[in-house]
Design a protein around this ligand. Structure first.
Ligand code: 0X9
Ligand code: ZN
Length: 417
């Protein structure tokens, strides 16, 4: 009897999922636009709150802050913004909106480039790639995540012996930002194609180290059920039994916990961890940075909003001495994206957007002394549910941006020039 009930419940569950019923069905996406400085200041106060899911912060006038709110909070948030004259756009029943994407994604477990792939499919694909391209592709198993998934670094070089400057990309630190691993794996695929051709610019005089899924546990958790789609953190246990996970991008040991981070494990967005580097996953990224002194450019790939931001992230009031260099290389990226048919990226220091300490970009720059360190927020529109069918258009544009940066890195650091 119990077995029969279980089967019935699981059929009902699958049915609800297929037609799009999940806990976010009642949630509303509220996009708030500040039109003047006073409004922007008030909006910043609102987006400092720990209770609502701030999917994207506003960076200034006319740039939206995107909030995902429960039915309980909806009225208050909306009223707050409207009373102060800010622009308010609402998308109700938010769960319905992303559910379809999940259903589509579940069907294939065969790896496809420029698509959303499972961790499993990505892992298999990388193994095949390295087997078929031993000269150019090497895998390094860095260690395991909290739930024991292997975290793998992909090294791509046209000449491993040349000791070229290294470009290090990591992706998938935040579980729900699916476009990020999709881009990292796309870059891997493109570089392997390039490696086979003679004189491919992106590989001459520069090596690429790519960590496509920093937080595999979180990533798989978001794929497991639409109710988990908005998960951001790792899946580790905390001292609060009922609350899991740490925000990887608040867990690095530079100005840890100083601002824009929470010390409450039940904070579902920015919990910084019990201490810096409490998470296996952040320690694995640190391992790559510290073992490879030739890294000259580090980019942590996130989503969304099309921003390319540089240190400092922990504060918005000061910039590093080298900020002009950081800014200039970011412009090279953005220009190349535009030339490839994309939109320009918004360039600024991370802290000017919103201060948040403990990020990997600041750690790479301040502690490891990587001369160029960034966070890249890809895709625009659709929040974390960027349609799979559009990836094939934007990822090649973003790739052109990276190639242009690589040219500059070569010029500045490569012996070959
Ligand atoms: O808040 C973050 O961790 C990043 N944005 S996201 O929407 N992908 O979560 C921005 C991090 C920027 N860097 C630092 N604040 N150090
Ligand atoms: Zn992120």
């Amino acid at each position: 009897m119990a077995k029969l009930l279980l089967i019935i419940f699981s059929i009902i569950g699958t049915f609800w999922q297929t037609i799009g019923i999940n806990k976010y069905n009642d949630y509303t996406l509220i996009q708030i636009t500040p039109y003047d400085k006073k409004q922007l200041k008030t909006l910043m106060m609102l987006t400092n709150s720990d209770d609502v899911d701030i999917m994207k912060h506003s960076h200034g006038l006319n740039d939206t802050a995107d909030l995902l709110v429960s039915p309980r909070d909806r009225r208050n948030v909306e009223k707050f913004a409207k009373l102060r004259g800010m622009g308010v756009k609402r998308i109700d029943h938010y769960g319905r909106y992303f559910d379809k994407e999940v259903a589509v994604i579940r069907k294939h477990d065969q790896y496809l480039s420029a698509k959303y792939n499972s961790y499993e499919a990505i892992s298999k694909h990388l193994k095949t790639l390295s087997k078929e391209n031993r000269r150019y592709v090497k895998l390094q198993n860095l260690g395991r995540s909290y739930e024991r998934r292997m975290v793998t670094l992909v090294k791509i070089s046209a000449n491993f012996g040349a000791r070229n400057p290294i470009i290090f990309l990591d992706a998938g630190a935040h579980a729900r930002e699916w476009a990020s691993p999709a881009f990292a794996t796309y870059v891997i695929d493109q570089l392997v194609v390039a490696a086979k051709k003679p004189n491919q610019e992106e590989l001459h005089g520069v090596d690429w180290y790519i960590l496509p899924v920093v937080n595999p546990d979180g990533y798989e958790f978001t794929r497991s059920d639409p109710d988990n789609r908005m998960w951001r953190k790792t899946r580790s246990k905390t001292w609060r039994k009922e609350c899991h996970g740490v925000d990887i991008n608040r867990n690095y040991d530079f100005m840890w916990g100083y601002r824009g981070a929470s010390f409450d494990p039940c904070n579902f967005q920015t919990y910084a961890g019990e201490k810096a580097f409490s998470e296996r996953e952040t320690r694995l990224v640190r391992k790559v940075m510290e073992a490879n002194k030739r890294i000259k450019l580090y980019i942590s790939i996130h989503s969304y909003g099309e921003y390319l931001i540089h240190p400092w992230g922990y504060t918005g009031t000061i910039l590093p001495d080298e900020w002009e260099k950081l800014h200039r290389l970011a412009q090279v990226y953005s220009k190349a994206v535009v030339q490839a048919g994309g939109r320009p990226f918004k360039i600024m220091s991370a802290g000017q957007w919103y201060p948040a300490a403990g990020g990997s970009d600041d750690y790479a720059f301040a502690i490891v002394k990587i001369p160029y360190a960034y966070t890249l927020e890809i895709t625009n529109g659709y929040q974390f549910n960027y349609p799979e069918r559009l990836l094939g258009t934007v990822l090649p544009q973003y790739y052109e941006g990276l190639k242009a940066m690589a040219e500059e890195i070569k010029r500045e650091f490569s012996k070959k020039g």
